[in-house]
Design a protein around this ligand. Structure first.
Ligand SMILES: [Zn+2]
Length: 269
């Protein structure tokens, strides 16, 4: 019965938390009223109502929110008795209301800059297609991703909650959805970024410069050079693009993306 033997000494916690919380029998009794839109982050048996936990006297509200599985990147206002409290404030025996981050969410730079983790390779190409500044460094480990995000003012997009808990990460977001379409909708709805389709290289994220057909004649087939009028070259990797090559497939993606952003901006205005 290992779960019942931890009363005497302050030994390591067992694998499963108990129903009484993270500090059984000690500390302060606190209740979290987590917004329904964030409850998918909670343990399944905690999703139907308020979450009761016991917190150590030295814990902050931020510690407690993270301890139940909600990254602070996903959290907006924290409110106790109708008054906002900081995540860094020490806990009190009270009910904490946990609201989701407001949408559209402001970012450190305008337009926003993003950095995507290794599992979001499909999303990064879609974002670049829409002209978003989306960096992708699949070779980077977690500390390197955090360093790049901080140095370049980028929002780190990930499906990994652990990555979002790193203290030195200035801004991150947990991407909802496992399908690329859903992930893109979530990012567009969350940040409502300005879209400039056909301005970035989907391969490397570099900026495209418009070039004349005569400048790319040696790089594209003669038929292509005669058929398409609009060519662009990536200033970073040199890849040549021509408008129309995949337009029938891509234009609905662009139209849908514009709708998602417009809906969010309309809803918030
Ligand atoms: Zn490129």
């Amino acid at each position: 019965m290992p779960s019942l033997t931890c009363g005497g000494r302050a030994g390591p916690r067992g694998g499963a938390s108990t129903a009484r919380g993270e500090h059984p029998g000690r500390g302060r009794a606190v209740r979290l009223d987590v917004d329904p839109s964030l409850r998918f982050l909670l343990r399944p048996d905690r999703r139907d109502g308020p979450v009761d936990v016991r917190a150590a006297d030295t814990d902050t509200w931020g510690h407690v929110v993270e301890s139940v599985g909600v990254p602070l990147t996903e959290v907006g206002r924290l409110v106790v008795d109708g008054a906002p409290v900081a995540a860094s404030a020490p806990v009190t025996e009270a009910v904490l209301r946990v609201a989701p981050v407001a949408r559209p969410q402001a970012t450190a730079t305008t337009p926003p800059r993003f950095l995507l983790d290794v599992h979001l390779g499909g999303l990064v190409r879609r974002m670049r297609l829409l002209g978003l500044d989306a960096a992708y460094r699949p070779e980077a480990d977690d500390p390197e991703l955090v360093r790049i995000a901080a140095a370049e003012g980028r929002v780190l997009l990930t499906r990994d909650r652990g990555l979002l808990r790193r203290r030195s990460l200035p801004q991150g977001a947990l991407v909802r959805g496992s399908a690329t379409d859903d992930q893109l909708d979530d990012v567009l709805d969350r940040f409502a970024p300005p879209l400039t389709p056909w301005t970035r290289c989907t391969a490397c994220g570099g900026v495209l410069a418009v070039v004349g057909a005569n400048e790319v004649a040696e790089e594209v087939r003669a038929g292509t050079a005669r058929t398409y009028a609009d060519f662009a070259r990536c200033l970073s990797c040199g890849h040549v693009y021509w408008h129309g090559a995949h337009a029938a497939r891509i234009e609905p993606v662009v139209a849908h993306a514009r709708d998602v952003v417009a809906r969010r901006l309309g809803a918030s205005g």
